[in-house]
Design a protein around this ligand. Structure first.
Ligand SMILES: [Zn+2]
Length: 146
């Protein structure tokens, strides 16, 4: 992969995370959506657990949403699922990859194919890659820090 073909924001994401893959890309896109959705402060819960590759999603969310481990406004739950939930105490939004996208991610068999898929996914609109559900409350929506 020629790095010159990679958009600058994805280069920054790859620098932050260490590489470019479909899960960090999805987390990045989820965080951008949440930033547009909430007018002020918000919180994140991700259901990836801490085993890569699915946990790579956490770094993408941290990079674009501003919800970071250090600020205490992101929580990681076990589950091994590429699901992120965002909430501000008034509204909530939950996102996961479409089944067709998950199937493409599951077919990734090398670092190079993961990077290529990330770039392909980045060309697609939010609704072409993600299922986005608004509303509802979860016990995990309890706001612990401000
Ligand atoms: Zn990764």
């Amino acid at each position: 992969m020629d790095m010159a073909e990679i958009p600058v924001e994805l280069k920054r994401l790859a620098d932050f995370h260490g590489h470019l893959g479909p899960y960090v890309l999805l987390g990045y896109r989820m965080g951008l959506i949440a930033r547009r959705y909430f007018p002020g402060k918000f919180f994140a819960t991700v259901y990836t657990g801490t085993e890569p590759p699915v946990s790579c999603l956490i770094d993408g969310v941290q990079f674009s949403s501003g919800c970071t481990w250090g600020k205490g406004n992101i929580a990681v739950k076990e589950g091994g699922k590429a699901v992120a939930r965002f909430y501000d105490g008034l509204r909530s939004i939950e996102m996961s990859p479409l089944d067709t996208i998950q199937t493409r991610i599951d077919a990734v068999s090398s670092y190079e194919s993961g990077e290529k898929l990330s770039l392909d996914l980045h060309q697609l609109s939010d609704l072409e890659i993600l299922m986005i559900r608004e509303g509802g409350t979860e016990t995990s929506d309890r706001i612990v820090k401000l």
